[in-house]
Ligand binder design. Sequence first.
Ligand code: ADP
Ligand code: MG
Length: 572
Amino acid sequence: MPIHLLSPEVTSQIAAGEVIERPASVVKELLENSLDAKARTISVSVGEAGRRLIEVADDGCGIPADELELAVARHATSKLATAEDLFHISTLGFRGEALASIGSVSRMTVTTKEPEAKHGARLRVEGGRAAAVEIVGAPNGSVVRVEDLFFNVPARLKFLKTDVTERRAIDTLLTRYALAYAQVRFKLTEDANVTLQTAGDGDRRAILAALYGVEVARQLLEVNAEDEGLRLGGYISPVALTRSNRKDISIFVNGRWVQDTPLGAAFVQAYHTMLMVGRYPLGALFLEMDPAAVDVNVHPAKAEVRFKDPDRVFSFVQRAVRRALLAYAPVPQVGPQIWQTEGRQPDPAWALAHPEAAGTPVAVERVPVEQPLSSGDHLPLLRLIGQIGATYVVAEGPDGLYLIDQHAAHERILFEKLMAQHDMNKIPSQSLLTSAVVTLPPAAATLLASQLPLLKHLGFEVEDFGPNTYQVRAMPAVLAGSDPAAALRAVVDDFEEDETPLQGQVERKLAARVCKRMAVKAGQSLSPEEQRTLLANLENCESPRTCPHGRPTMIHLSVQMLERQFGRTGPR
Ligand code: ADP
Ligand code: MG
């Protein structure tokens, strides 16, 4: 093929591909336009996870009728004039690309009216072709309606994830912006259900409560720091409140949500030695600085920024977070969450620094005395010796000593019982005397909704109980006595964005998750009766040596090994 210039259609599709990847990218660009237009109220409606419809309506400044045609043209913007301006950008948009890009991959209608204008104007763009501007009656502000996204780019459509995943990306985006712009009223409607609504009264803690639940929001610590042109505000988790990934860390720089990893790392680093390995804090941080000290023009979707003096910014963030942590919690208490999570011990350095934490009494949840499964002889018959550190059960077998991790072992037992019943197609469920009501963040609620049929299959009875709220009425009999709300949370917490395992595996995966959460924790002392039951049940497991997540349940010290270690026999 000889070298030739690409047609405008092709170049505009290439450019659109950089900015508009999925429905959530459309929402992001439109939200940013509304915020730049100084809107006080922004309503977003989404149909079929954004594939059929995305509409963003605002009460902002509107677009003059005679500029509307230009607004949808590529590289047309009211926010930037000279190249020099690129280095002190105070608006979210500046590339003049969003409306053109969206218009080239959808059927887009922009209806807009300036407050001082008599009439509004409307313009329709289909697959990059703009019709003529019409004069219409319209309320003040702008409404951008995007229908049939990617109708002319079937390849893109194929790359979209499931509706649940795409909707979650939108939910997450909206909640982040609602947090950052707490003085703006946001409303999100998905397929006629209102899934998020904020008051716009500036109260960030209220939004955090909607996002993470009242209990978590109450515990969050406020950060407020200032240092020569740098300002940091926001909320962070105390050390006792952790997550298994960084997904609940949101950082805004000058009102722009950035997925900037070094900055996130600086935040996590501030918790250094205070959290266990593999646990992360959560937080929403809002960093403000001179626009000239930050370059936002590094990424087409504007998701990354570059700081003029990154070291100074990172250490400022770290100091501010650290100070907030220490101010609120001079002597970190070992909450049950820290102590019990994952059945692991705290970071040794942390434990050393906090001797007061050792032996902190922890509420004991009774292990239900369970009937052993059908008899099998997968493990030699074990004789109980006792429990050490309220974490390990010690037993003797014909071939030596066994150290058993009580949490991992119980996890394995619950899992096999549940799966055995599942394979026989009858998981007995038990009604709760008092049903538990759980309110989840919108994204988690969406996810849970999609898992309800599976949960029912596993013996849970869960019902819709209002927006983002569910009621647990029954749970699998095997898990009776444990916290039903925690079981629901286990289903949606820590769920990775793109986790879409095959149907057959989802149930096992969910069951494993729930069993992990329900299993007896490290740090709980067990009565001799409970310890014996644990051993008996473990002996009857198909795969007694690992937990469903693959961690070992036991360490075996063989007689030979003991003899070698004590010098009774030489190495063979
Ligand atoms: P950018 O935001 O980078 O300027 P866009 O393509 O997103 O580029 O928008 C082009 C122009 O259209 C903006 O500069 C702005 O003047 C106008 N505009 C877009 N959306 C709105 C809105 N919701 N309210 C007012 N003006 C808008
Ligand atoms: Mg824009």
